[in-house]
Write a protein that binds this ligand. Structure first.
Ligand code: GAL
Length: 827
């Protein structure tokens, strides 16, 4: 189904909502965190599903949990280098709980949305268990009864526990996770119950709001007046059930804006009610001002509230346009996006909101305004953060359909599960204002096969039946329309092409009537802080499908001068130059925002993580970060590189990225080396300088006035430790994190650019060491040790709070370095 009119402009209506959150204060519906107090065993045990099974010797832990990241890197692990060589296998989780005990313990606890929760009152309550994601092939048992199996590792799912629960006695939830069939992914997946688990309860009532049961979009917008369209899906015990359905719109300060109340008679046991809420002076959601509203939906029988459900909402309109690319709230906006896999570097796949927020903040500061969730549905909290922080999101369903990319991948489950998985993804995510486009798949092999036509139609149809308001695309590689069966299906609203930038010129002719989005670009490769001369010769590693990378570095590094990419990719500058130039290109998603575990193109073992990130695995920006910042952000930028520790007389290429200035002058030890200006479509300026030790300084100017200065000093021997903590006050909730960058400097505080000192870490007080990393792609040290080498002068310690408030002190030492401490306040 194609809903784009022939003129090529498609007005999309705005949206609302996050993963539905609940007002637990006054709501009969309660949502409780079910993360704490699990038992875990790595390995299989057929008896583990039975309640009587003895799990006393099993390890105790709290979720989310990824057991792969706890293991050692090894070539012998069945996952292979593409999945970072970390262990997978089979594991079991068990949780024993008494309903009364459990809810009593949860009462008054900050279990959800910062509000107190109430216990389950009567045993006729409905009790559901919600898994946000389990990698993979989960089997869930309650009291020995199999609730279901769920193969896809990135999907959220729920089971009804009610019929199987025992009152006043122990209940045992057991989960078998099977990630043993390998390989099943092209990147690191993690293994285990790696996202949150929730228990949701609802008092027995003749009518209730269905799971993911609201869908809120913006109807017509006249000036500042907005029509919110609210569809509510209700489950009634019987047709004919009467109730009152009430919606209250609340602004971001908690003030009631308007409300609507209507009597309703259920036509069926499952029915959807459409209601409109008109309100003036609506504030818009945008990446710059991510303003959010909340709709509180109540179901009443007589005067009794039998259910209450809150949905977060953002008001925005957007349209893709054949000539202008993309407009948000009526104004042109270039989509400046990056692709992200779900791993959180040294923390693995285990969901952590502080870690995701940090990643997004680093990207926000770069000027990035969009994320593509490569190549699967993300954690719900990730979309909440995108709503709050202001990112547009391309939400992607699959990396493969029926045709496999790896022997044991999701293609095996696709025939049986794709409908359910796709429906669940859309229902779960369709209220997020950040989500603006759905992708039915990445580089799907059915592009090249006739079966791609019917599958693309089917998947698009599934999406449109649940969300007719957002466009559907697919991230394709086949630029030739006759060869591309997904294109031939005539089902997509937006043409999505990965790489292939040589065809951008002919896009309007090749794909008439379809707006164009560069769904994936670039794949430039770099190691932070490593520089190979000359900087201006472009290298392709690998050079072609047949020729492996030649002339690569023996130490598994890649130059950070933005001059290396695989044959299918390009440099950051090459791609951005074209996307910037062509207004009809709605925007791009650079591969990739961060380095991720796995896929260490172009190297073999011991390389184990990717080189494609603009930011390294530890979260330290590579130099190209400042290229984007100079082009994408509103702040003035001057970034000078490389470091200034070379052999005397060696010819060094010095680059500067700058913005909001007309020229940059370079000085070496006070002597001017000349003024450079970006000409034409230049994105940086460059000097070639014979090295002499001292101070390299750049000054950017406009109209003769200095805008910024940047200096690099030749560093002496490693002597001191400096800290760069993202936060020095964290929450004492047992999961909040402080990311502490550790710089190795000389006695004068200059970064030692090649320092690789072994650092020892000790934490005292109310915190623990969650992980360490240095961003080097071929480092095989465990992330979990208390010792870690620095790489190119930097190391990262991730500190986790305990559930007790107090001071946390990080002690860092290393041979030849003055020991240093950092205090973090946990409140
Ligand atoms: C793309 C693919 C990504 C990643 C990237 C590396 O073709 O969609 O998942 O593999 O190549 O360059």
């Amino acid at each position: 189904m194609r809903i784009l009119p022939a003129v090529g402009i498609w007005i999309l209506l705005s949206y609302a909502g996050t993963a539905q959150t609940l007002d637990t204060q006054n709501s009969p519906r309660q949502r409780l965190s079910f993360d704490d107090g699990w038992k875990f065993h790595m390995g299989d045990d057929p008896g583990a599903s039975t309640p009587a099974f003895n799990d006393k010797t099993w390890r105790s832990l709290d979720l989310p949990h990824d057991w792969s990241i706890e293991g050692d890197f090894s070539q012998n692990n069945s996952t292979g280098q593409q999945e970072a060589g970390l262990p997978a296998g089979v594991g079991w989780y068990r949780k024993t709980f008494r309903l009364a005990t459990f809810t009593a313990a949860a009462s008054g606890k900050q279990a959800f949305a910062g509000k107190a929760v109430r216990g389950i009152s009567t045993f006729s309550d409905k009790v559901y268990i919600d898994f946000d994601g389990v990698y993979r092939n989960s089997e869930v048992y309650i009291n020995g009864h199999l609730l279901g199996r769920r193969p896809y590792g990135y999907i959220s799912f729920r089971y009804d526990l009610t019929p199987w629960l025992k009152k006043g006695a122990d209940n045992v939830l057991a989960v078998r996770v099977d990630n043993s069939t390998q390989p099943n992914s092209r990147w690191y997946t993690g293994t285990g119950i790696y996202r949150h688990v929730w228990l949701e309860t609802l008092p027995a009532a003749p009518v209730a709001i269905d799971h993911w049961g609201t869908f809120i979009t913006t109807g017509d917008v006249t000036g500042q007046q907005v029509r919110l369209r609210i569809a509510t899906t209700l489950r009634a015990a019987q047709p004919g059930q009467t109730c009152t359905l009430q919606h209250v719109l609340i602004d971001s300060n908690g003030n009631r804006v308007t409300s609507l109340s209507l009597p309703y008679t259920a036509k069926d046991t499952l029915s959807t009610v459409q209601q409109d809420l008109l309100f003036p002076n609506a504030r818009r959601w945008s990446p710059e001002h991510p303003y959010l509203y909340t709709v509180e939906t109540s179901l009443l029988i007589g005067n009794r509230v039998v259910d209450r459900y809150t949905t977060r909402t953002g008001i925005r309109t957007f349209q893709f346009d054949l000539r202008q690319g993309f407009l948000l709230n009526g104004r042109h906006l270039k989509i400046k996006g990056v692709c992200l896999h779900h791993d959180l570097g040294a923390l693995g796949a285990a969901v952590n909101t502080s870690a995701m927020r940090r990643q997004l903040q680093i990207l926000k500061d770069m000027g990035c305004n969009a994320i593509r969730t490569a190549h699967n549905p993300p954690a719900p909290e990730f979309l909440d953060l995108c709503d709050e922080m202001g990112f547009l999101v391309m939400d992607e369903a699959f990396d493969m359909w029926q045709k496999k990319k790896n022997k044991y991948d999701y293609s095996l489950s696709f025939p049986q599960w794709h409908r359910q998985d796709l429906e669940d993804m859309i229902r779960r995510d369709r209220n997020h204002p950040s989500v603006f486009i759905w992708s039915i798949g990445n580089e799907i092999h059915e592009q090249f096969d006739k079966s791609g036509i019917s599958l693309a139609k089917e998947l698009t149809h599934i999406i449109k039946s649940l969300d007719p308001t957002r466009p559907v695309t697919s991230a394709m590689t086949e630029a030739d329309t006759l060869e591309n069966n997904i294109y031939q299906a005539d089902a997509l609203d937006v043409m999505g092409l990965n790489y292939n930038q040589q065809v951008y010129d002919s896009v309007q002719r090749k794909y008439p009537g379809l707006p164009f989005l560069a769904t994936e670009t670039t794949s430039a490769e770099a190691t932070r802080g490593h520089y190979d001369m000359p900087s201006d010769s472009i290298r392709h590693w690998p050079a072609s499908a047949k020729v492996p990378a030649v002339g690569v570095n023996h130490d598994y590094t890649i130059s950070a001068y933005d001059n290396v990419s695989p044959y299918w990719g390009s440099t950051h500058e090459e791609t951005w130059r074209i996307v910037k130039r062509d207004p009809f290109v709605a925007g791009l998603f650079v591969w990739s925002g961060f380095d991720y575990l796995g896929e260490p193109t172009p190297y073999r073992w011991p390389a184990r993580s990717s080189y494609f990130g603009i930011v390294d695995l530890a979260g330290f920006p590579k130099d190209s970060y400042y290229l984007y910042q100079s082009e994408w952000s509103q702040k003035p930028v001057l970034h000078l590189f490389p470091h200034w520790n070379w052999r005397p007389g060696q010819m060094i290429d010095v680059w500067a990225y700058y913005s909001q200035a007309s020229e940059v002058e370079l000085f070496l030890n006070g002597q001017s080396l000349g003024v450079r200006r970006k000409e034409g479509d230049d994105l940086h300026v460059q000097w070639r300088v014979p090295f002499e030790p001292g101070v390299l300084k750049a000054v950017s100017r406009i109209h003769g006035k200095t805008v910024l200065e940047d200096e690099i000093h030749t560093a002496g021997a490693p002597a001191r430790i400096q800290f760069m903590a993202d936060r020095q006050m964290i929450h004492a909730d047992g999961c909040d994190l402080a990311f502490v960058g550790i710089r190795i400097t000389d006695a004068d505080g200059n970064l030692v650019p090649n320092a690789d000192n072994e650092l020892s870490i000790k934490i005292t007080g109310e915190g623990t060491l969650a992980a360490m990393d240095n961003g080097y792609q071929a480092d095989l040290e465990s992330f979990r040790g208390t010792q870690h080498k620095a790489f190119n002068g930097l190391c990262l310690a991730i500190v986790r709070s305990k559930k007790k408030a107090g001071k946390i002190t990080l002690h860092v030492s290393g041979a030849g370095l003055s020991p240093a401490t950092l205090d973090i306040d946990s409140q």
